[in-house]
Design a protein around this ligand. Structure first.
Ligand code: 3HC
Ligand code: NAI
Length: 699
């Protein structure tokens, strides 16, 4: 046996207990142990085998860390075939999460029992692959094609009772997996239950797979794994035999395993978990977090308060006057209504959150007992300084004072208090109760336990928290400003905002930059441009004014019904605004620019080159500690396609030397905007990748 699988003979039952923390992933030693366990049970004359997991779960899947490395025998599909072919009765007892290869091992067992809290699923498509150990062949046989297609293409987890209804489980029983498994196995033996192999069941009847494929492909917005999985399920119905179906599953699995999308999605999986693990925070206890204050109940303050209330915190919302406070409460109520409608909260919870957990205030004294206060007032340094000076006067010692500023200097804000060590940036994204990203902005004097408190709050609010340093726009908005500028340059030179948006949504972005600007409000970018101009632009910088003219006419995007697009009430999305085209043409004429054609490929290449180059500067200057911090920022705050892993993972995949060469070529037209990032030049010179930097930082 291996250490990962303990073997014990209990009467006539051979018990195989997995012990591979934290999630009993099916790595090599687990596979070897299971195979050896089955063989030993057969040779020792056992009548049945029970498989279960010790610790928090049954097998949560194949070991993802082994992906991309040469596979070592026994392979999971062969192991599953071996388990299923055993002449003994094989039973799996499930608890925790039986996912992917884990569920496939369970499906190759002859009977399955689970505790009521167990969950099962085949989430492989989220990793860019498909179930590769018979899941696409066995699940449709046992649960039907429709349920199998649903589970496999969405990757959703289902609870034990649904799994029982679907035929995935045979029984649910309260208790410990070992005990319920032993009792059930004895019962099966006593009743003379037959060996029951799903692989020997008849193939299910086919459905119209071509239309399912087309539908799933469209829904995937460029992600290939769910649609490819449809073809594997098709083989379960249409292949000549179970073996032939397994062969088809393997071919499709290998195709996806070799794909860039698999690399991107696995990078996202691990980076999402690594991003909030900071070595300097190990052993640092966060400060108490029970009562929080929010100042300013506009778009952001109301969203932040909503998120905090939903995670069980008491919130005091401070506004300028009673009227504004009432408006803030209405906004929060509106946000919570969404949850009420979708059944996420009950009417009682809604009432408790808005009437008990939320307190409205107009007097700073009401913030005296708050553990943490987040300021979300107007984006104006003088206003923010006044707010922080007041907080300094009233807040209890040790309270964390946070700003949600998008661009302003957190060091300067901190300096307006006598306790800069307690000041931090907590940059949420709009709508703050929905968007997953939180930039934790660490200023020069921020204390470590204040940083830890920022991350603790992020965790409570179920956010993906990324550490950022202080600079104009931190990680995300700084990079956004650059790639948005690249888009503006392309508009001046001949591309239309609508072509650019289309090229980028085809690339996989949730929205293009101009549609995003309409959603966020064009006044935000306008204010930033005005501020930058007032600070003095470099004479070499190409500036454009057509976007200002849209705002000057009172059009701020979706909220006013018009921006780059025109929005009609009751209709989703907008149609291109012809006035914008006229403004652009007028500016080109004024600047003497003869417009040229841009292919969609060139648009994507320039846009991505600008993004990667700025991201490399952000990492080079340690505003982001690691490339993966940038990747997660773009994924969770800016609609970057997850299946591409993030801009720096994308850059590694397409190749850094080619990208640098393109940037240098673009620099021959505009050597001010296209200044290659020193870090990018260094990596190319040393033949290294961004992911090498991620790996070095995790050592
Ligand atoms: N392989 C390797 N490591 C894994 C893993 C896996 N399948 N699943 C989780 N881990 C690791 C995580 O990276 C994390 O490591 P860390 O502590 O070093 O950061 C640790 O286990 C704990 O994971 P979480 O922090 O995510 O713990 P949670 O309790 O929040 O969630 C979980 C547990 C629901 C099991 C979640 O980890 C998960 O969804 N895992 C992935 C499950 C999955 O996708 N399985 C299918 C794999 S592909 C497959 O089976 C192919 C087959 O068809 C051939
Ligand atoms: P907003 O204009 O919607 O809300 C600001 C609120 O602050 C108003 O309700 C106003 O009454 C209140 N307020 C102003 N001064 C105050 C004071 N001295 N005391 C108490 N309340 C006061 O603004 P929004 O969009 O919510 O932005 C707030 C902050 O969040 C800004 O710093 C902004 O840069 C930042 N932010 C905005 C994002 C967005 O997408 N809107 C995204 C991330 C950050």
């Amino acid at each position: 046996m291996t250490e990962a699988i303990a073997y014990e003979l209990v009467g006539e039952i051979a018990v195989l207990a997995a012990n591979n923390p934290p999630v009993n992933a099916l790595g090599l030693s687990v596979r070897q142990g299971l195979q050896a366990g089955i063989e030993r049970a057969e040779s020792e004359g056992a009548k049945a085998v029970l498989i279960y997991g010790t610790g928090r779960t049954y097998f949560a899947g194949a070991d993802i860390r082994e992906f991309g490395k040469p596979p070592q025998a026994p392979w999971l599909p062969d192991l599953c075939a071996r388990i299923e072919a055993s002449p003994l009765i094989v039973v799996s007892a499930l608890h925790g999460t039986a996912l992917g290869g884990g569920l496939e091992v369970a499906l190759s067992s002859h009977y399955r029992i689970a505790v009521p809290s167990a969950r099962v699923g085949l989430p492989e498509v989220h990793l860019g692959i498909l179930p590769g150990a018979g899941g696409t062949q066995r699940l449709p046989r046992v649960a039907g094609v429709e349920a199998a297609l649903d589970l496999i293409t969405t990757g959703r987890h289902v609870g034990a009772s649904e799994a029982l209804k679907l035929g995935i489980l045979d029984r649910i029983e309260e208790g410990e997996p070992r005990q319920i498994g032993l009792d059930y196995t004895r019962e099966l033996l006593d009743s003379g239950a037959p060996r029951r192999a799903i692989g020997e069941m008849p193939a299910p009847a086919p459905v119209d797979f071509d239309s399912v494929y087309a539908e799933v492909l469209k829904k995937g917005r460029g992600q290939l794994s769910p649609a490819t999985a449809v073809r594997a399920v098709q083989a379960a119905c249409e292949a000549e035999s179970f073996g032939a179906g397994m062969k088809r599953e393997r071919e499709l699995f290998s195709e996806l395993m070799d794909s860039d999308q698999r690399q991107g999605l696995i990078h996202a999986f691990f980076s999402e978990r690594a991003v909030s693990k900071l070595p300097e925070l190990e052993g640092v206890a966060p400060r108490t977090l029970k009562k929080i204050g929010v100042i300013g109940g506009g778009t952001m303050g109301a969203g932040i308060a909503t998120a905090a209330l939903l995670s069980g915190l008491n919130v005091t919302m401070l506004e300028m006057n009673d009227e504004a406070a009432a408006a803030a409460k209405t906004r929060i109520g509106g946000n919570l209504q969404g949850g009420l409608k979708r059944g996420k909260i009950s009417q009682q919870q809604f009432d408790d959150l808005t009437e008990e957990a939320l307190t409205l205030a107009t007097d700073y004294a009401d913030l005296a007992s708050a553990d943490l206060v987040i300021e979300a007032v107007f984006e104006d340094m003088e206003v923010k300084k006044q707010v922080f000076a007041r907080l300094d006067e009233v807040c209890k010692p040790g309270a964390v004072l946070a700003t949600n500023t998008s661009y302003l200097d957190v060091n300067e804000i901190a300096a307006s208090t006598r306790r800069p060590e307690d000041v931090i940036g907590l940059h949420f994204f709009s709508p703050a109760h929905v968007m997953k990203l939180l930039e934790v902005v660490v200023a020069d004097k921020t204390a470590l336990d204040v940083v830890a408190t920022g991350f603790a709050l992020g965790k409570m609010l179920k956010k993906i928290s990324v550490r950022a340093g202080v600079c104009d726009g931190f990680i995300g908005n700084r990079i956004l400003a650059t790639y948005r500028t690249a888009a503006d340059h392309m508009v001046l030179d001949g591309a239309s905002p609508f072509q650019i948006d289309k090229a980028l949504t085809d690339f996989g972005f949730a929205m293009g930059p101009f549609a995003v600007a309409d959603l966020a409000g064009l006044d935000i970018g306008w204010a930033v441009r005005k501020r930058k101009r007032s600070e003095g632009l470099d004479p070499r910088a190409r500036d454009s004014s057509y976007a200002d003219k849209i705002c000057e006419a009172g059009n701020f995007g979706q909220k006013t019904g018009k921006g780059y697009y025109v929005y009609e009430k009751g209709k989703r999305g907008g149609t291109p605004n012809a006035e914008v085209t006229s403004l652009i043409e007028a500016e080109r004429t004024e600047k003497g620019i003869t417009p040229r054609e841009f292919s969609d490929d060139e648009i994507v290449r320039r846009y991505m080159a600008a993004m990667v180059n700025e991201a490399a500067k952000v990492v080079g200057e340690a505003i982001a500690r690691r490339p993966l911090d940038v990747d997660m920022t773009l994924l969770f705050g800016y609609g970057f396609p997850r299946y591409r892993g993030g801009p720096l993972k994308w850059a590694d995949i397409v190749g850094l030397p080619g990208l640098l060469a393109d940037i240098k070529r673009y620099a021959s037209e505009d050597d001010y905007f296209w200044q290659p990032a020193p870090l990018l030049e260094q990596l190319v010179a040393e033949g290294r990748s961004f992911d090498d930097l991620n790996k070095e930082s995790s050592k």
